[in-house]
Design a protein around this ligand. Structure first.
Ligand code: DGL
Length: 280
């Protein structure tokens, strides 16, 4: 049954993450598709998602998607691997028929996986991600479907998202946790030549991660792959494209107070922004 109350007209593309991480995806999407309007929503008050159960990640993500629908979004990108791994399928199968069959919610694991086949030569790939994403086995399962010859090894990094959310990612103490997980991953399979940063927060720590990875290993950030996949999607789906407004604007929502959200978000985006607090 169709829920009433969502605005009918065209609206911005919704970009959702548990916190600041989705800003790394938003940044690449806006560079590639500057003509669209965007509405970013960070659930900063309840981050991190990566250590939470399947049920909780689904419940939180579903609530935030509904808020984005209420704000006029017809297309929402889950710019969060944990939510893509643990909530996307249930939202697509259970929520959309109940809320509005004409709206779309897309994840970011599939576009990342599609790019991997042409990036690895050794056919050994590593994934650095949250405990939730690693435990879900979403990356190995998706990679196996498309590239059964690739060996996939994962390492869960439970502390990395809190390091970003608390602004501690650039501190000396952060190096201990970054080095530990990067070395653990590579030790599990020294043949790997490609490492996916399978959490949208991690590109914010890219320089630190690079310090512990040898030059012959490629670090893959997801943003550009997600952006070109979105571009392709909008070309293939004119019925969705027409529901996305094109004014080149971007607005920001957070479940945290704006006093906490704005300084970090502005720092990561390298521009001054305005935001609004939303209750879920
Ligand atoms: N940026 C989210 C991801 O890509 C982080 C999830 C979390 O809040 O732990 O998985």
């Amino acid at each position: 049954m169709r829920r009433t109350g969502f605005p009918e007209g065209a609206g911005p593309i919704g970009i959702f993450d548990s916190g600041y991480g989705g800003l790394t995806i938003l940044d690449r999407i806006r560079k590639n598709l500057p003509q669209y309007d965007y509405l970013y929503f960070g659930d900063n008050a309840r981050t991190p998602y990566g250590t939470r159960s399947f049920e909780v990640v689904y419940e939180f993500t579903s609530q935030c998607v509904e808020k984005l629908f209420e704000r006029g979004c017809h297309l929402v990108i889950l710019a969060c691997n944990t939510a893509s791994a643990k909530a996307l399928k249930t939202i697509q199968v259970n929520d959309l028929p109940r809320l509005d069959v004409n709206r779309r919610v897309l994840g970011i694991i599939r576009p990342t996986v599609e790019s991997i086949g042409s990036l690895t030569k050794s056919r050994h790939v590593g994934i650095l991600a949250t405990p939730g994403t690693i435990k879900s086995m979403s990356y190995p399962m998706e990679i196996r479907k498309l590239f059964p010859d690739i060996t996939v090894t994962g390492e869960a990094c439970p502390i990395w998202v809190p390091l970003v959310e608390t602004g501690e990612y650039d501190s000396e103490g952060a190096d201990y946790f970054i080095e530990k997980h990067v070395r653990n991953l590579i030790a599990k399979d020294p043949a790997m030549d490609t490492v996916i940063l399978g959490c949208t927060h991690y590109p914010l720590m890219l320089e630190k991660i690079r310090k512990y990875v040898s030059d012959d290993i490629r670090l893959v950030c997801q943003g550009d792959y997600v952006a070109s996949s979105l571009q392709n999607y909008l070309q293939r789906h004119p019925e969705i494209d027409v529901k996305c407004t094109k004014g080149g604007g971007c607005r920001y929502l957070t479940t945290e107070s704006t006093e906490r959200f704005l300084p970090s978000a502005s720092l990561f985006l390298k521009e001054k922004i305005k935001a609004e607090t939303v209750a879920v």
